[in-house]
Design a protein around this ligand. Structure first.
Ligand code: TMP
Length: 210
């Protein structure tokens, strides 16, 4: 249970084009069919202030943004979302599904950009009020493949980064999963969406009805 709160907190992580959104939608449908109360959120964003911060973060014109500024803005967006929505929802007993959370900052700003992991964890604890997910899925895909899947649309500031950067992000996620195997489950994405959904359901069922 998320830090003594009644609800359950499940996050979805992974590189670009890994198919997270499809799986979040399938899981939401599955849980709602069981008459469970579900809330779906995304990061950065989810509430008005955080969506405004998202625009700054992803704007391709903001090329000169420093690593520290980028890290703190992701954290600021997260702090607002946790305060306004995540903490109250978990207190009420909802199941919160969030597309990205603190592990994204560890993977993208930490492993990807070289920002100190200890600093990210310290600021992260402040921003999240130490609310950590009960379960996290890391959708693992080769960076080339993931980027190819999003090639049809305009890339945001982070997506525009080089392949080497996205490879570091992927390795970062795998390192996080290795450190916390109880919470973080790596999902192989080279299966059908039904097969992936079945894997996700099996983990979620265990967290909801232990
Ligand atoms: P999205 O494309 O999944 O909506 O996420 C927006 C981008 O922001 C994506 O490229 C990943 C990146 N990101 C970070 O670099 N650090 C973070 O902490 C988060 C939440 C997202």
């Amino acid at each position: 249970m998320a830090q003594g709160l009644k609800g359950r907190f499940i996050t979805f992580e992974g590189s670009e084009g890994s198919g997270k959104s499809t799986q979040i939608a399938l899981l939401e449908k599955y849980l709602k069919e069981q008459k469970r109360k579900v809330l779906v959120l995304r990061e950065p964003g989810g509430v008005k202030i955080s969506e405004k911060i998202r625009e700054i973060l992803l704007d391709v014109d903001n090329k000169g943004m420093s690593d520290a500024c980028e890290t703190l803005l992701y954290m600021a967006a997260r702090a607002q979302l946790v305060e306004e929505v995540v903490a109250p929802a978990l207190k009420k007993g909802l199941i919160v599904l969030c597309d990205r959370y603190l592990d994204s900052t560890l993977a993208y700003q930490g492993y990807g950009n070289g920002v100190d992991l200890g600093i990210i964890k310290t600021i992260g604890a402040f921003a999240t009020r130490k609310i950590m997910p009960d379960l996290t899925f890391v959708f693992d895909i080769a960076a080339e493949k993931g980027l190819a899947r999003i090639n049809h649309r305009a890339k945001d500031r982070i997506e525009q980064r080089k392949l080497a950067y996205h490879n570091k992000v992927r390795r970062g996620y795998l390192a996080i999963a290795k450190k916390e195997p109880g919470r973080v489950k790596v999902v192989e994405v080279d299966k059908t969406k039904e097969e992936i959904h079945a894997v996700i359901k099996s983990y979620v069922d265990r967290v909801l009805d232990p």
